[in-house]
Design a protein around this ligand. Structure first.
Ligand code: SF4
Ligand code: SF4
Length: 169
């Protein structure tokens, strides 16, 4: 028999703690915390289509792009980092230099399943992203559900020039 707790309903289904929406607004390239290495190393996962899109944005042959900017992390493809752990495409004060071709991971931050699984993980992510809980910038539950269903994120919510959200590998 299931019992309810902070994160689950009586029948075991996850509780939608964000039913009234959440507050988030990207503070733009002036922030850039999620693309920088300020919080340590990370990973920006990319699939072949995303690699191709960035290679095209850089007007670079696919093979040249992958040898220069893609690495394997735990058997998955990720963009490389600079020695200070910044994403290879992040420039301080300027933001993402491949913004229009940035991967889905970057377009959908912070509306990821593992961040939205509980209010606690949302609040914890707020330590790295000052846009989380930005007063008055409400993202409705419907939009959050679309992110979780993979139906949103092509335009992203981030301000032009910022930003992403790098997974810890
Ligand atoms: S998503 Fe968050 S951490 Fe990234 S630039 Fe915007 S406010 Fe800053
Ligand atoms: S948005 Fe993504 S690709 Fe662009 S700098 Fe940030 S982490 Fe890198």
């Amino acid at each position: 028999m299931s019992s309810s707790d902070e994160n689950h309903l009586h029948d075991g289904r996850p509780r939608e703690w964000y039913g009234d929406g959440v507050e988030f607004r990207c503070l733009g390239p002036e922030c850039g915390e999620c693309c920088s290495g300020k919080h340590g190393p990370g990973a920006v996962w990319v699939d072949p289509a995303e690699m191709q899109a960035i290679a095209e944005a850089l007007r670079m042959p696919f093979e040249t792009f992958t040898s220069k900017f893609v690495r394997l992390v735990d058997g998955r493809y990720s963009l490389v980092e600079k020695p200070n752990f910044d994403c290879a495409f992040y420039e301080a004060g300027k933001g993402c230099t491949v913004y229009n071709a940035r991967p889905r991971q970057c377009r959908t931050f912070p509306f990821w399943g593992r961040i939205l699984r509980s209010r606690r993980s949302w609040e914890e992510s707020g330590r790295c992203c000052p846009g989380i809980n930005e007063p008055g910038a409400v993202v409705p539950a419907e939009e959050i559900r679309n992110y979780l269903a993979g139906k949103a994120g092509e335009e992203g919510r981030q301000a032009k020039g910022g930003q992403a959200g790098r997974s810890q590998p």
